[in-house]
Ligand binder design. Structure first.
Ligand code: ZN
Length: 261
């Protein structure tokens, strides 16, 4: 019970940060400064009042529309706020301090990348490259479970396996079908995941992301009848898969291994 109040606080903090990640998601691919001024409605340019900018609550009260022009706010904006709040809470419950703070950084980067990939089909290097460096630094400090050298190796192997396996898939796809199958953004995203989580959880992330992405891809293809031309941004599936693996991955691998024994 003593966890309830801090838990609520952590969830609200995550949701507020999710609201900021929506700002990053909107402004980043448009080359706007993330800290440049108050949020405006993208259609009527009315400045959004603080009471219309409360995570999740404002969206519900305004029924998902802009107060001045009734523009329909994409529902994925409220999804980002809810997912960030929930991820922050689950990470905090699973790891506690100070590890939770390092994983919050990864979760935030992943959610911003997923949002931009969903909107624009790109994953910016400006998020993933610093993310890779932060992953190495955190692995050797707050997330360190072993000697510094062992932690550095763990992180480096994660980068190689995480990024490398997607690179290999991309290259073979290109060889067989003569089209680009895997974006460079996905490769760097997985290198970032590997830097934080190591190679085992990076591989599990790719597995989970591919299964879920494959199923959703089939449904989308069926619905849009575009056949194989319908493209589904992979980062949208890899990011939540990475967050799930960060929280439950080690338990899942342990349970699986004990089943084999
Ligand atoms: Zn408006």
């Amino acid at each position: 019970m003593h966890n309830v109040l801090p838990g609520i606080f952590v969830f609200v903090f995550g949701a507020v940060l999710g609201s900021f990640l929506n700002v990053v998601r909107y402004r980043f691919p448009r080359h706007m400064g993330v800290a440049a001024g108050r949020s405006k409605c993208p259609r009527c340019k009315a400045t959004i009042a603080w009471y219309d900018n409360v995570p999740m609550l404002s969206y519900a009260l305004l029924r998902g529309r802009c107060r001045s022009c009734r523009w329909r706010i994409p529902p994925t904006y409220v999804v980002v706020e809810a997912v960030t709040g929930l991820s922050f809470l689950l990470v905090w419950l699973a790891f506690g301090w100070p590890q939770a703070a390092a994983y919050w950084v990864l979760a935030s980067l992943l959610i911003a990348c997923a949002g931009i990939d969903f909107d624009k089909g790109i994953i910016p290097d400006k998020l993933t490259i610093p993310g890779i460096i932060l992953g190495v630094v955190f692995s050797m400090t707050v997330l360190r479970g072993d000697t510094v050298t062992a932690s550095l190796l763990h992180s480096a192997l994660g980068i190689l396996v995480g990024g490398g396996s997607l690179l290999a898939v991309g290259l073979s796809y290109k060889l067989v079908r003569k089209v680009e199958g895997m974006g460079g953004g996905d490769i760097k995203l997985m290198a970032m995941v590997g830097a934080f989580l190591g190679f085992k959880l990076a591989l599990l992330t790719i597995f989970v992301g591919s299964v879920v992405g494959g199923i959703v891809g089939l449904v989308v293809m069926h619905r849009t009848s575009q056949g194989m031309r319908a493209s589904v941004p992979f980062g949208v599936f890899l990011s939540p898969a990475a967050i799930a693996c960060m929280i439950w991955g080690n338990d899942l691998i342990a349970a699986y291994l004990s089943l084999l024994r």
